[in-house]
Unconditional design. Structure first.
Length: 222
């Protein structure tokens, strides 16, 4: 079968997994135990603002990042959350569900003969929990724990390039900040899964823009 690429790597949370629903559900549930009601839009906006600052510091495990982000987010929203209790967010990761189109798309791509990989800003054990919700076996798994830093730093992509050798490789992701921009800087072809109808930032030039993973499968001719 004629394929335009040999390998496809994916960001996981936001591209394959509906992390916004997972995070907001976990945070709303914990906050409600303290009699606090938080809106999804407020949680997501605050999380997007806080997480890059926490990740930009010296490397620490993603479980610790999630704890620190939960504490900082709660503080901004007027919720007194103790760090020890904030571990609930990392514990919820294995429950975050795939998008409805994820498994069917991955199965079609796997059947078409693509090597599949994940480049993710998590710990190995957290990704292991998530993999139980995905219906294909991946050929390459690269985590922040392995490369000791977080995207948009380049280590994930450089490690993938090393593992894939001369394979024709396409990276697929939703986040302009974490994936699209750094992959483009490194000259890696990248497809943007623009699930939220965002506008591209200046200088970001994905070779394809699709709304869903089903759209990606169609764009690849599978």
């Amino acid at each position: 079968m004629n394929r335009p690429y040999d390998a496809l790597t994916f960001d996981c949370y936001g591209t394959l997994i509906d992390w916004e629903t997972g995070i907001t559900t976990a945070i709303q549930t914990a906050a409600a135990q303290d009699g606090i009601e938080l809106q999804r839009e407020t949680i997501v906006a605050t999380y997007h603002r806080v997480e890059p600052t926490v990740q930009a510091a010296e490397y620490q495990p993603y479980r610790t990042v999630l704890r620190d982000v939960a504490v900082a987010l709660a503080r901004e929203l007027g919720w007194d959350l103790e760090p020890e209790r904030a571990r609930f967010l990392a514990d919820s990761v294995a429950e975050w569900a795939p998008f409805m189109d994820t498994n069917a798309a991955l199965e079609r791509l796997k059947a078409a003969g693509y090597r599949l990989g994940i480049l993710s800003n998590v710990d190995d054990d957290l990704l292991e929990g998530t993999l139980r919700n995905l219906s294909v076996e991946f050929d390459i798994l690269i985590t922040a724990e392995q490369v000791r830093c977080y995207k948009p730093a380049h280590a994930h992509f450089l490690r993938a390039r090393e593992l894939l050798g001369g394979s024709r490789w396409l990276h697929v992701a939703q986040s302009l900040f974490h994936d699209i921009a750094p992959a483009g800087t490194l000259g890696i072809p990248v497809a943007w899964v623009n699930r939220k109808g965002e506008q591209p930032a200046g200088g970001v030039r994905p070779i394809a823009e699709v709304e869903t993973l089903d759209g990606l499968v169609r764009w690849l001719g599978q």
